[in-house]
Design a binder for this molecule. Structure first.
Ligand code: ADP
Ligand code: MG
Length: 366
């Protein structure tokens, strides 16, 4: 069976990532047959290989952080994993909008009044966020929080139409003004708030992978909710990464065998509540200040999780047509978008190769 999967995985290879097993719409019948075997395999594989695979999980940044890697020395493994988790805690303390003493909260309290000096790391991440806003034509916008903070998905709270309209013009990434020379940031008007929820987890995962790399780990995975990055492979095999079915709990729509790459999914099923049959969830259109209704999930594959995290949120907002247009313009990025009707859309790099017509040369004649 593994042979069959590997064959499929090698079906199409990419320079930036390992092999992919993609099961697009045209393969669904085949996948229906294959799915139980894949799931069985996913269940069996870790069992067969657990001996020296070190695994640890913790809840940080409001999400499940998992670290898994190959290390024959259990003591060393534990030390490295601890370093990864303390890095996650450090980033959470710096960037959480829920912690009143985080650097981010300080910005939200003061940056509309005066320019605020910020850490090198915050400066770089804000710069990257603004860059992502530019390339996504404003779909990714950390100032979404100017309206976004009025939602509380756990409590089922949403702003009124009037409250949205009052704050909507505060959403605009151009309100965030960075000063390279002084390493400071200022908000161009009052009421602007920022939130790094669409990029900080990806950044934390990248830092986690850098720690494992420094530890000398050759094969491992760090994930924070929907953001995962893979270092090397899983013992001469790719990691089998499933994309969740956005409407069926515990079901997987696609399995991607991946090595040495980053993968992020944004879904409308992560944080939401339903009122009068309408889903209110945590990915907000900067244009309307409301949850985006045209997408169920967006998955991005690329070189690092800071990029794939921000891009998955961007594609979610953009939807399949504009989203895939953006992906095609970027080097080394692929994507799977599930639209608001449950249809799957793949970037060209993930499409199965077209069957080539037999060349009409004389050597082909019978
Ligand atoms: P998660 O992994 O938390 O599900 P996503 O990568 O899907 O995250 O990003 C969702 C988070 O991004 C939201 O919880 C919010 O903090 C932030 N966000 C929501 N809408 C936008 C937007 N238009 N631009 C940037 N960030 C956003
Ligand atoms: Mg994201």
């Amino acid at each position: 069976m593994w042979y069959l999967l590997s064959r499929l995985a090698n079906h199409r290879r990419f320079s930036n990532v390992g092999g992919f097993l993609v099961v697009p719409a045209c393969y669904t019948a085949f996948f229906r047959l294959l799915k139980p075997v894949v799931i069985l395999l996913m269940l069996l594989l870790p069992v067969a290989a657990t001996a020296d695979w070190y695994k640890q999980e913790e809840s940080i940044m409001g999400t499940r952080i998992a670290v898994e890697f190959w290390d024959e020395d259990k003591h060393h493994a534990k030390q490295c994993a601890e370093q990864v988790f303390s890095e996650m805690r450090r980033i959470d303390a710096l960037m959480s909008p829920y912690k009143p003493d985080s650097e981010l909260s300080r910005l939200n309290q003061q940056a509309a009044d005066e320019a605020i000096q910020i850490s090198e790391e915050m400066f770089i991440l804000l710069k990257k966020s603004l860059r992502m806003s530019q390339i996504s034509n404003g779909a990714f916008d950390i100032t979404f929080s100017s309206v976004g903070h009025l939602y509380d998905y756990r409590e089922g709270i949403k702003p009124s139409e009037q409250e949205i309209q009052q704050s909507l013009e505060r959403i605009n990434f151009r309100h965030v003004v960075l000063d390279e020379k002084n390493h400071s940031v200022r908000f161009a008007r009052s009421g602007v708030r920022i939130d790094l929820g669409g990029i900080a987890k990806g950044y934390a995962v990248d830092n986690g992978i850098a720690i494992l790399d420094k530890c000398g780990i050759k094969g491992g995975l760090v994930s924070a909710g929907g953001d995962s990055r893979i270092l090397g492979d899983r013992g001469n095999r790719p990691w089998m990464m499933g994309i969740r079915h956005p409407r069926k709990k515990d079901a997987v729509v696609v399995v991607l065998p991946l090595s040495n790459t980053a993968l992020s999914t944004s879904g409308d099923y992560e944080r939401f509540f339903i009122e009068d049959g309408k889903r209110y969830h945590h990915i907000i259109s900067p244009k309307t200040g409301k949850s985006v209704a045209t997408t169920w999930s967006a998955t991005v594959i690329g070189p690092d999780t800071t990029t794939t995290d921000a891009l998955s949120t961007s594609l979610f907002v953009l939807g399949p047509a504009k989203g895939l247009q953006l992906v095609e313009s970027l080097e080394g990025i692929d994507a799977v978008i599930i639209d608001g009707q449950g249809r799957m859309h793949y970037s060209s790099g993930l499409m199965p190769p077209k069957t080539e017509a037999a060349p009409a040369g004389p050597e082909m004649r019978q």
